[in-house]
Structure formats: C-alpha cells, structure tokens
Design a protein around this ligand. Structure first.
Ligand SMILES: *[C@@H]1O[C@H](CO)[C@@H](O)[C@H](O)[C@H]1NC(C)=O
Ligand SMILES: *[C@@H]1O[C@H](CO)[C@@H](O)[C@H](O)[C@H]1NC(C)=O
Ligand SMILES: *[C@@H]1O[C@H](CO)[C@@H](O)[C@H](O)[C@H]1NC(C)=O
Ligand SMILES: *[C@@H]1O[C@H](CO)[C@@H](O)[C@H](O)[C@H]1NC(C)=O
Ligand SMILES: *[C@@H]1O[C@H](CO)[C@@H](O)[C@H](O)[C@H]1NC(C)=O
Length: 490
C-alpha cells in the first residue's frame, strides 16, 4: 500500500484540497465540494489513525513521600503502560471562514502499572494497579489555506484537552495504604496526560496530514503538449454546510503558457448534500483544452485513401472525385488525393442543462498527390459542424465522446474552377463521421485526470450538465483495489 493509514484522515479532505494559486476574485475552473457527509467519512477513517497516534502518550513514573499511619513512607508508581485507548465519539464540523473543528468526547484510557513503597524501617511492599482515565475530551481546529504554489495547507489551531475523571485501583497486600495517597497520583496523571494530548494531536496533523496534502500534484500532465493546472485559486471557502476547494482547472501549453482569451464563468453549485463529494467541472476546463490544442496546431488531421474502408465508393482519388468535379480528373488524371482537416478556431463546448454541444469550425484542404509525391492544392472548404458531446467519468478520469449532428460547408477557394459544394456533401459527411470522428473520440476516450488521490472508489455516482458546468457527485470509499467504473452522462 503506497500510503500509510493516515491517508484515511485526509481522504475526502485531500481530494477536496487537492490542488492553486492566483489570488483575487478569479472564478475557478474546477470546484471540489466536500459535504458534511464527506467530512464524516474522513473523520471516521481518521479516528483509527489518531487513536494509534495518541497511544504514543508517555506515562511517566511518579514517586514521592507521604505520612501514613505507619509513619513516613516513600512510594513510587512505575512501569505504566496503556492497555486500551478508545475514541468512541467524535464530530467534525465546518467553521465558516476558518476551516474545520474536530471534537472528541467520552474518550477513555486504561493503564496498568506497578507500585512499591518503603517504610522508614526499610520494609518494602509492592503490587499492581490499574488506572481508568475517563471523560477525556479534545477539541482542535483545522485551519485550511493554500501556499504560494497553490497547494492546500492544513494547520492545527486552538487545541484543548480535558479529563473529567482519573481513578486508580490498587491491588496487592497493603493496597489500602496506597489508597491514602493515590489522589496525588491521580492528579499527576491527569496533568501528564492532558499536557501531552494536544501536542500529539498537533503533531499528527503537521507531520502526517500536511505532508500528504503537499504531495498532491498541482499540475496534471496530459501529453507532450498540455497539462492541467489544478492549483488552488485561494484558501478554501468554508460555510456551515461544506468546504469548497476551488481549483484553477485550466489547460495550458507546457512549452509556452499564454493566458486564454476568455475567463471562467461563475459556477453555482446546487445546495445538494446527499453525497460525500461534488465536483463542478466548468466549461472553462474544456474550452482551455480546445484553446491550447488549437493554438499549438494540434487540431490537424490528414485523411488519405488508405484510411477509407474498402466498401465506401467515393475514393480519395481524382477519378472518383472526377465524377463529382470533372475538371479535377481532367487536370490530374487518375491520381491519389489527400485531405488536411484543421481547426479554424478553438472549439467551444457549450454546457446547458440537458445538453452539451460543441460546434467546431474547420478548414478542409484537398490536395492532389502528384506522381513526384508533391501536393497540388485542389480546393478549400470551410466546414462548421455541430456535435453532441457526452461526458462520462471512468476510473478517475473525465472522458468524452462526440456525435456529429449537423455539417454545413462552403467552398472557400478552388484551384480547379468553380463547382457546387453540395455535390461533396455525401463524401465530406462520410469522411468526417467515419474517419475523423473515430480519431477524435479515441483521444477523448483517454480523457483527463480528475484531481483525486489513488485508491479511491467512487460509488453512487451522479453526473449531469448544469448551466456552464458539469456537476458530478459521488460517495467515496477508500480501497486497495483500483477503481474501475464508468458512469455515462446520458
Ligand atoms: C499531414 O501530412 C503532412 C504532409 O502532407 C505532414 O507534414 C503532417 O505531419 C501530417 N499530419 C499528421 C497529423 O499526420
Ligand atoms: C480511384 O478510385 C477508383 C474507384 O472509384 C479505382 O477504380 C481506381 O483504381 C482508383 N485510382 C487510384 C489511383 O487509386
Ligand atoms: C439540446 O440541443 C438540441 C439541438 O441543439 C435542441 O434541439 C434541444 O432543444 C436542446 N435541449 C435542451 C434541453 O436545451
Ligand atoms: C513535382 O511535379 C510538379 C509538376 O510536374 C512540379 O511543378 C514540381 O516542381 C515537382 N516537385 C518536385 C519536388 O519535384
Ligand atoms: C465559411 O467562410 C465564410 C467566410 O470566410 C463565411 O461567410 C461562412 O459563414 C463560412 N461557412 C461556414 C459553413 O462556416
């Protein structure tokens, strides 16, 4: 297992706090919302870890002297060990504008140890004892923030610890004598334990939770061209209902980053809270992807005759096209052709309740491949397509699929004389939907990673388009196996 148990503490938190940086009122491109239900799950998982950490509390030996009916005696209590440490009841709640508050109540500790005393006459007595520490309560604040690199931070604050009852039960001969001064021991034990709990709790947070958050990547590399900036846009806003972690959610070109010529819209996540975690995935994330790949000149595809299935009659050659455009076969008899399809502008995804549409605008340049392999331009079409997009979440990635619904085209330029573009409809339709689209869908099927930790299983997943964003909600479970699930939008 790659992560230690402490991961449980952070589970939802970390997901939520995963990734930042530009101060100011910038709308996020990606929001992770952690609900009370999600916080409760993280707390539940985290209690095991905390219990283990608190088991490290060190119980010092006590010794002293006191007067007794048998004269002055020297006593010592030693060899104390924790037999049981339980944290049966805890709560975590968001504190608006600050962070979280973790409260533990009714915790108890069972300790065993040995006692020994010596009288003035150097007679020794000894025996064992056990201690019940009851009504232990702890309260600690968790301040949420972001560091300069846009990573989430979590820091302990305002820790307090109180023990309502410590009782020592002595066994062995002359145990009754020990009863005479055991309250000294009880008080000393209470002070010793109370004094150690908060430092241990704070240490668990700063040494385990905080470094784990720091390992979350602020950048998710996609391919040679692009990466996603998942850094926090600022400290996570906390309301009485939930914690929102606002991430930049922006694609950028790794070789040279330029700001996109548009801004993220505001996202208003619904007040739903039935699931542990909600993601709001802005159209901004998708549109910065379109902007980056278009600007980098990566939205270019070649179509050649060998890509066209044997059973399709309109071959990419001048004889075949000559039946539609006779001048073409006259100028270039029986030669192969090639199409270069390139984006004219960055494709823009429009997200509306019930509908995801994308209307890429492209150029299709047709070439004739001359016998010496150089290309002669034949004609240039501009084509606007409308496609319905489907989005799904699969194994921690957002994946997509396009379905063409409409194609409009114009002849922009011809090197083979004028012709009516309508005659090319069937061919262009076929090439776009059977050759280009499968290539695009192969890319979209690989998808983009969501900002999540490994080993998370999501269940009860819902995904639906809202105004300007896709809402994605799920319950979270920490598991050793790789999650392998797919949820379709429609
Ligand atoms: C398309 O073909 C041209 C040469 O005609 C080549 O330079 C380019 O790399 C090809 N593009 C793709 C995406 O295969
Ligand atoms: C062009 O396509 C036709 C079928 O339409 C085929 O008979 C011919 O051999 C092809 N020519 C070339 C050069 O591939
Ligand atoms: C979805 O888009 C289609 C085509 O653009 C349109 O006819 C339909 O009314 C839209 N549906 C909704 C719910 O907006
Ligand atoms: C290929 O042939 C065409 C016409 O025959 C000619 O104009 C062009 O310069 C040739 N290109 C090369 C690279 O030889
Ligand atoms: C093609 O481009 C022309 C101008 O370049 C424009 O008027 C026309 O709307 C475009 N057609 C399509 C289908 O995009």
């Amino acid at each position: 297992m790659a992560f230690s148990h402490i991961i449980h503490v952070t589970l939802s938190l970390a997901m939520c706090l995963s990734v930042a940086a530009v101060a100011g009122a910038v709308n996020p491109g990606f929001v992770v919302r952690l609900t009370q239900k999600g916080l409760d799950y993280a707390r539940q998982e985290g209690m095991d870890v905390l219990q283990k950490e608190l088991g490290k509390v060190h119980i010092p030996d006590f010794s002293g002297s006191t007067h007794s009916p048998v004269g002055k005696i020297k006593y010592s209590f030693y060899g104390m060990a924790i037999r049981n440490f339980q944290l049966p009841s805890s709560q975590i709640s968001p504190v608006p504008n600050v962070g979280l508050k973790l409260s533990i109540s009714g915790a108890f500790i069972e300790i065993t140890g040995k006692w020994r005393f010596k009288t003035k006459l150097h007679i020794s007595f000894s025996g064992g004892f056990d201690v019940k520490v009851q009504g232990l309560s702890i309260s600690v604040g968790l301040q949420l923030g972001s560091d300069g690199a846009g990573r989430p931070t979590i820091a302990p604050s305002d820790c307090s610890c109180h023990i309502s009852d410590v009782s020592v039960h002595v066994s062995g001969k002359f145990g009754w004598l020990v009863d005479l001064f055991k309250h000294n021991v009880e008080n000393a034990l209470r002070k010793a334990i109370e004094g150690q709990i908060c430092p241990l709790v704070k240490n668990a947070i700063t040494s385990k939770l905080e470094p784990l958050l720091q390992t979350l990547p602020v950048t998710a590399k996609i391919d040679k061209v692009a990466a996603i900036d998942y850094s926090l846009t600022g400290p996570p806003p906390v309301t009485s209902e939930c914690v929102d972690v606002q991430l930049k959610g922006e694609f950028f070109e790794m070789s040279h980053r330029t700001p996109p010529p548009f801004s993220p819209p505001s996202l208003s996540l619904p007040a739903e809270h039935n699931l542990m975690i909600y993601f709001g995935i802005s159209d901004y994330l998708f549109n910065t992807a379109g902007f980056v790949y278009h600007s980098a000149g990566k939205l270019v595809f070649n179509v050649t005759d060998n890509m066209i299935p044997k059973d399709f009659s309109i071959r990419l050659n001048t004889s075949s096209f000559g039946t539609l455009i006779p001048q073409l076969s006259k100028m270039y008899p029986d030669m192969l052709m090639k199409l270069k399809i390139s984006s004219n502008s960055a494709p823009f995804l429009d997200i509306k309740p019930g509908n995801l549409t994308i209307s890429p605008n492209m150029d299709i340049q047709a070439y004739v491949i001359l016998p010496n392999a150089s290309l002669a331009p034949a004609f240039l079409l501009n084509v606007t397509t409308t496609a319905l997009a489907k989005v799904a979440v699969s194994s921690g990635r957002i994946v997509g699929n396009l379905e063409l619904s409409r194609i409009q085209m114009d002849l922009k330029h011809s090197d083979v004389g004028p012709f009516s573009v309508v005659i090319l409809n069937a061919a262009v339709n076929y090439y776009l939907s059977h050759i280009l689209l499968p290539q695009v869908n192969d890319i979209l099927q690989k998808g983009y990673p969501l900002p999540m930790l490994d080993h998370l299983q999501l269940t009860d997943v819902v995904i639906e388009p809202r105004e300007n964003f896709i809402l994605f909600g799920a319950d979270v479970h920490y598991g050793e196996t790789e999650d392998n699930w797919l949820v379709e939008l429609y």
